[in-house]
Design a binder for this molecule. Sequence first.
Ligand code: NAD
Length: 345
Amino acid sequence: MANYLITGGAGFIGSHLCEALLKEGHHIINVDSFTDYYSYQSKVKNVLESLGMAKDFTFTNKADDLQQLQIKVNREQYRLELVDIRSMEGLESIFQASKIDAVIHLAASPGVRASMENPLGFEEVNVKGTLHILELMKKYEVKKWICASSSSVYGNNTKLPFAETDEVNSPISLYAMTKKSCELMGYAYHHLYGIDTIMLRFFTVFGERQRPDLAIHKFTALIDQGVAIPFYGDGSTQRDYTYIKDIINGISGSLQYIQQHQDVYQILNLGSNQTYSLTSLVDHISRELGKKPILHKLPMQPGDVDKTYADISKAQSLIHYNPLTTFDEGLHAFIAWYEGGRDEW
Ligand code: NAD
């Protein structure tokens, strides 16, 4: 059994990862500062769900609530550390006190549009925060690193599907720019200090606990409430939607690979290899909800890419990645989760 430090373990992907690794018997340190990009209450709920705990939590104010959460959830196999990765000191105390076999770095400021509004804030977390992790891994000789990158690094590349060997030198958003920087930092630390690294380019992840700013969750809530949905462009933009459980299998496969191999620097696409247009996405959600959408048509936004489409053959052969969930199955599971928790908060 291994000791894993997961950053961002209260978030959408991180909470599913904690849940899966705990079930496998591993020990987890979850480093998360519960940022306000979306409600901290949702993240409290993510943590409780990931530990299989009842979600009856009385909220008062953020600081007290997070302390209460820590008291409630901390145990031998799981430790929640309320540390901001922008703080080297906070992070160092964790590295000092713990034996860590691998770091899975998911904490980030996400969101293409948000990155245009706050470029310096994105750089602080996604670039400097990542550098803090790598510096401490170097200092405390932690040699295995898995880091979240993103399909957004492909920008508007026209060769489809996107393969890891494609050139990715043209990010069209500041978010993508920070993710490409993480890939470069990982390369340099691997080269200089022998930190084995796998960079995972996630393609639009969806499913239970999905971030509320992402299209499937946002559209579901708006259609459900009878509110117009912002519909950018003519509906022909396409996304490769990947179900959360398949992503978690991809991260687990990467962990196994990195622990069994030396001298690793790999970039892997984790997608579904199937795309859906925006129009088709809205149709699917409204059919599943049994409600008609109202469209508020808007021009395409700067930073938004036309298409994402993953070539997953490298991940299939290297880590036996095998996304099995169809889009309809994943959407069905998401909407069941959404409907189950709609009135909770
Ligand atoms: P999320 O926002 O749900 O989770 C991120 C977590 O990191 C949150 O719990 C947040 O509180 C924490 N965090 C943010 N800044 C922090 C800081 N400074 N210090 C400590 N904790 C901090 O996002 P997610 O959708 O789960 O994404 C996880 C990772 O995957 C991110 O790196 C994201 O960029 C990447 N990614 C996600 C998708 C997707 O479709 N969800 C696609 C591509 C890449």
